[in-house]
Design a protein around this ligand. Sequence first.
Ligand code: SF4
Length: 429
Amino acid sequence: MNVYDSNRILDLTKKINYFPTKNLNETNCYILNTCHIREKATDKVYHDIGRLKKEFRNKKKPIVLIAGCVAQAEGDILLKKEKYIDAVIGPQSYHEINKTILNLEKNSIKINSTEFNVIEKFDELNIIRNTDSKISSFLTIQEGCDKFCKFCVVPYTRGGEYSRSINEIVNEAKALAENGSKEITLLGQNVNAYNYQDKKLSNLIYEIAKIKDIERIRYTTSHPRDFSDDLIEAHGKCEKLMPLIHLPVQSGSNKILKSMNRKHTIENYLNIINKLKKVRPDIKFSSDFIIGYPGEKKKDFEKTIKLMKDVKFINSFSFVFNKRPGTPAANLKKINDNICKDRLKNFQDISHKIKKNYREKLLNTTSFVLFENLTKVRNSYFGRDEFYNSVIVTSNDNLIGKIKKIKISDINHNTMFGNINNEKKNFAA
Ligand code: SF4
């Protein structure tokens, strides 16, 4: 979502003549869009500002803005501790960015803009065209969360659940298609909690699927609690909907899920997976796991391993529990560090093995790849298959924006390599 927000921030600043540059040296305004989900996010901000100060040691300093969830959660502290920062802007206030920059051009009063103005924000964004011109683009449809998992900062930094109107979203999707996008990933902290005047995520997917030039649709991140039957059905009906679902589970133990306030059980979770497999047998899953959550006993951890082995997630993102300030779980007693590290290693060894087995089976098979860009190697194109696996292919033809049937000839840990499959079809009557 931060990628989407950063693009939209740049769409806004262009209106006041501030254009993106990759050259730090020439910047008049430095905007750092931050994420607060992991540990040390604030340290990273200070580190980045230190780098900036060095760069501008002998020059007039640029206007310095900190945007995103660190600004929301720790804005006052940032402004107090680091005088180099001129303003903090929360994720629901970034439509104020031009006003903030123009104010700072005139005077040097520190600005804290961290109101939860999500409706105003999207009203403002709707009238500014999304100029993202990537083959695969992000589109925010929903923000915020009402679930309050005990370890998570999102409900405090992004606010409650809010869904944009179907019209706004479809118009933005059409603009992205006109800019050349072929794939759209619908974004939300709880994307499948999308609900606008009783229209759900599945309704929105069918609407976007009507846009001729959009060939692929993905969405992230889903919550098991909001995985309704109509969405499951859409996976069987809508060919443009890709067969990989990122469905965070966090733990394989019902006891831990309850203490996390996840609002779902492992039985609910497996039920969703089984229903999805019925409507789309080739569907695959990825997930997030917190290892060593307070209270996790060996037998709870073993249940997480069992879940990993049963579902065979093709990708998993696992971290040892870390305390996020201001969340209820920050007050819980942490498990011994060494135990957590051992469990994480054990878990990741198993998940890597599952991923490796899955990928090895793809060798010499064919898949449909949407090509996004050239790599640094001449005539070598990067794309993704339906399951979001990275694929590189060499071709004399320009493949960007095209979907090709590719035969996989080589695989390493992160990338697959292949050739365009020109096999002729044989016909029999
Ligand atoms: S559902 Fe997701 S975003 Fe919401 S509180 Fe839980 S982990 Fe955070």
